[in-house]
Design a protein around this ligand. Sequence first.
Ligand code: GLA
Length: 383
Amino acid sequence: MIQKIKQAFIEKFGKHPILVKSPGRVNLIGEHTDYNEGFVLPAAVNKAIYFAVKPNGLDKFCFYSYNLQETYETSINSIEPCQKQWANYLLGVVAQFVNDGKTVPGFDCVFGGDIPLGAGMSSSAALECGLAFALNHIYTFKYSTLEMVKFSQKAEHEYAGVQCGIMDQFAVMHGKANQVIKLDCRSQEYELFPLDMSDFMLILVNTGVKHSLASSEYNTRRKECETGVELLRKYDASINSLRDVTLDFIQNHENEFDATVYKRCTYVIEENMRLQKACEALLNTDFTEFGKQMYGSHYGLKNKYEVSCKELDLLVNIAEKVDGVLGARMMGGGFGGCTINLVKKEAVETFKNQIIASYKTPEGETPQIIEVVIEEGTHLLNE
Ligand code: GLA
């Protein structure tokens, strides 16, 4: 793929570009906890977007999407959201550098890759982080990776209209091969946990239902959590987020809550607890326990947070019935996209066969099944 992107750049622009690889991510557990200052457990994976970038000495930015075969150009003096969704992720990043007082001279950019879109694998974060990384490099802005993560997150807020948390951009930028990132989304401190996959595989199954986070449900969940926090703050002013709330505390105030807000908030508190248990299980190499927490996460997301859909639930039900599948859950924002499955190596073939026999996408096709390898986050390529 990288050679195709490089070739396309040379054909279009006649120069040799710098090359950046920016991966998608998975999340093992800890869903919808990031914007509640909780914990997440993501990792960067072996599906990526590749960038070829070079300054052009002109007053314009020129983007070419290799997959869509579409071009978008704009003057360096008019950076604002446009009608082309993919271009917004990129313009949103450029805007952050400019807002921070940098001059961003014109450049050409070709990008493309193999992260399925709308599958909950953070293709948008890969796009944002990849361009941020490339521009930081060619213009020697000297931003830290965490600063670039925050620019990318802000690009999503301001140019894509999704009030996302920090997980996706953080994982895409900071991923390490064979390790998962336990990120504290309040302090942004993180620990790397080695994931010994000698006996197991992580397998994604794509429902084929494209989620649309911007379709307001995501932002609604965020507001519902904030409503819960406001209510509880009346009793303890030190509460700033659901991270500061224990299950006992919220249970004592249940009758003051709107039933929906109560469900949302208890889900978040319980999901943080599940994540802690899952991390202990990792330290004890107890994958059975880890898988149990993954199932718990799915049922919380389905019944309390209500961000699953019938296709995701069906895929989890199929997985549950296969011996050797230790855990399965919907992954990412929800309403479509992928499930993530923790499968014993000897059960992988049976699992795949069961999925193929029992599930079709809404288009009537066999779902995409992706064997995940955990890889490095966004980085420069020397090709
Ligand atoms: C999307 C958002 C993330 C996170 C997940 C749910 O991927 O971009 O910030 O909130 O949903 O865990």
